[in-house]
Design a protein around this ligand. Structure first.
Ligand code: ADP
Ligand code: ADP
Length: 226
């Protein structure tokens, strides 16, 4: 399975200069195919926990593991979407998606097919040759999601991906993400400070608090959504 197991994970920033405990003893199991939200106020350690799962910052204390083993570095089983899109501005939509596939080692013809399939999936058909600056914020974020999904990671990590969008676009994107998730059944870890967003998207929500960052409750969301 492609679940995530987090055991007694703590994280201190600036340990050499006194230190700030950003996460304190996090224990959490996220199931295969689960849509999990990390919810809490700014500074409670949501991004830190997400980056630890991604392997982007080293685990100092405790362990994080996936079906691929203990997380020690970024890996092909995990892929991340940031708040600020992170598209290459000098590449077209299609070239942005192709770049991710090339980096993942996908061969030429298959690369083309996959890029088109995921561009279609996020409803950017017809915008393959557009540059990011020619697209709205919502479209740019759809392109970023296509680039991330195209490499077919088992685990999708999302750091407030819709935070910069207006309310209406945000709602459309939430519905689309939920539909993509329903079709792909990836394990998703989604960071947000928006309660409504978490309840709309998630199967389970970890509610976090700050100073130090802890998980206070993990709740099941039983609202019918699909
Ligand atoms: P959230 O995503 O919930 O807003 P973060 O994980 O970004 O929380 O941050 C948790 C705490 O760690 C905050 O107090 C933040 O200021 C601090 N922090 C985050 N990144 C760093 C860093 N690179 N260096 C020092 N402190 C950091
Ligand atoms: P968010 O609210 O989305 O977590 P922030 O604005 O808190 O984002 O942080 C943006 C970036 O700055 C992150 O890369 C984070 O690691 C870093 N950062 C946050 N707090 C600190 C801090 N106190 N010292 C150094 N870097 C920090």
């Amino acid at each position: 399975a492609r679940g995530i197991s987090i055991r007694d994970v703590s994280h201190t920033y600036g340990a050499r200069t006194g230190g700030m405990l950003a996460l304190d003893g996090i224990d959490l199991d996220i199931g295969d195919g689960e849509f999990h939200c990390l919810l809490g106020p700014s500074g409670c350690g949501k991004s830190t926990l997400l980056y630890l799962i991604g392997g982007f910052i080293p685990v100092q204390a405790g362990t994080i593991s996936t079906s691929s083993g203990t997380v020690v570095a970024p890996g092909p089983d995990r892929s991340i979407v940031f708040q600020n899109f992170a598209l290459f501005p000098w590449k077209t939509v299609k070239d942005n998606v192709l770049y991710g596939l090339k980096k993942a080692g996908v061969a030429g013809a298959e690369r083309e097919r996959r890029a088109q399939r995921y561009i279609d999936m996020v409803h950017l058909t017809g915008f393959e040759d557009a540059y990011p600056s020619q697209l709205s914020g919502g479209m740019q974020q759809r392109a970023a999601i296509a680039r991330t999904l195209a490499v077919d990671p088992g685990i999708l990590l999302m750091d407030e991906p819709f935070g910069a969008l207006d309310a209406q676009t945000r709602r459309v994107m939430q519905e689309e993400l939920r539909a993509i998730w329903r079709d792909s059944r990836k394990t998703v870890v989604f960071v947000t400070h928006d309660v409504q967003e978490a309840v709309f998207l998630a199967d389970r929500i970890s509610i976090m608090s700050a100073r130090p960052g802890r998980i206070q409750h993990v709740i099941n969301v039983d609202l019918p959504k699909d």
